[in-house]
Design a protein around this ligand. Structure first.
Ligand SMILES: Nc1ncnc2c1ncn2[C@@H]1O[C@H](COP(=O)(O)OP(=O)(O)OP(=O)(O)O)[C@@H](O)[C@H]1O
Ligand SMILES: [Mg+2]
Length: 237
């Protein structure tokens, strides 16, 4: 089960405008290749950041470092004041961080329904499972029509809806959405953005990585721009 639910946070109600996530001077490499050179930024509870920059700038690497998919070589990451640098992905997820990675973010060989069961098993009690899956289907009727279809046979847009559905029904404290609208037809892209808006309304903080700069800037409270693994101090975009 998720240890820090949004409900607990609402009960406390004292954390608004406090840092939820602090990324402090992180460096990261893939073998001999250095991808990040001291990246720092802070995200407050309930707010959102657009993480922008050209291809290869290091955006997905930052996302992977936060969610524990890679271990930074140097620097620190704090979530709710506790250091999470280099912790296992599942531990970070349990603290309330949901990362929808570039590409699919779903289990290709499982059906839509099976994917939902896996996603939700960490987040909701068993007896609420059916109710929560119905909630996803009422938000994305397209997924209901395809509930018995294997995820690998869904269209790109449908796969992203499926990947986002967990955050919709069990809102995490932090959602990291890596290029969710990339390559989608405008109408599907709108559906993805509107579901992110729904997730935000529930109080989730969001890091949105995007190629569509205008859309990302319209959505987010702040912009962090990366170039060649470094933060651009005065964002040009
Ligand atoms: N698994 C890997 N092995 C080696 N190098 C990698 C690996 N993943 C990323 N890189 C390199 O690290 C750099 C940063 O990659 P990253 O994926 O973080 O960029 P990005 O900003 O997300 O780019 P894009 O907009 O194209 O998704 C790139 O030069 C990339 O080639
Ligand atoms: Mg990327």
């Amino acid at each position: 089960m998720i240890e820090n639910s949004l409900k607990d946070l609402e009960k406390k109600g004292s954390e608004k405008n406090q840092p939820l996530l602090v990324v402090d001077n992180i460096e990261a490499s893939y073998g001999p290749f250095r991808a990040l050179f001291g990246v720092s930024f802070t995200l407050n509870y309930g707010s959102s950041i657009a993480l922008l920059g050209p291809n290869g700038a290091g955006k997905s690497t930052v996302a992977r470092a936060i969610s524990g998919l890679i271990r930074p070589g140097n620097g620190h990451i704090y979530f709710r004041g506790d250091e999470i640098t280099g912790k296992d992905t599942w531990r970070i997820e349990r603290l309330g961080v949901a990362h929808v990675p570039e590409g699919r973010g779903v289990f290709a060989s499982l059906t839509v329904q099976e994917n939902l069961k896996v996603f939700l098993s960490h987040a909701v009690p068993k007896k609420l499972m059916h109710e929560k899956i119905d909630e996803v289907y009422s938000f994305f009727p397209r997924l209901k029509e395809r509930s018995l279809q294997r995820a690998e046979t869904l269209s790109g847009g449908e796969q992203r809806m499926l990947a986002l559905s967990r955050a919709l029904v069990a809102p995490p404290l932090l959602l990291i959405a890596d290029e969710l609208s990339l390559g989608l037809a405008p109408i599907l892209s709108q559906e993805v953005w509107s579901s992110m808006g729904e997730i935000r309304k529930k109080g989730t903080s969001i890091i949105v990585i995007e190629q569509n700069i205008d859309q990302a800037k319209a959505f987010a409270d702040n912009v962090v721009e990366l170039s060649r693994g470094k933060i651009v101090e005065s964002p040009s975009i």
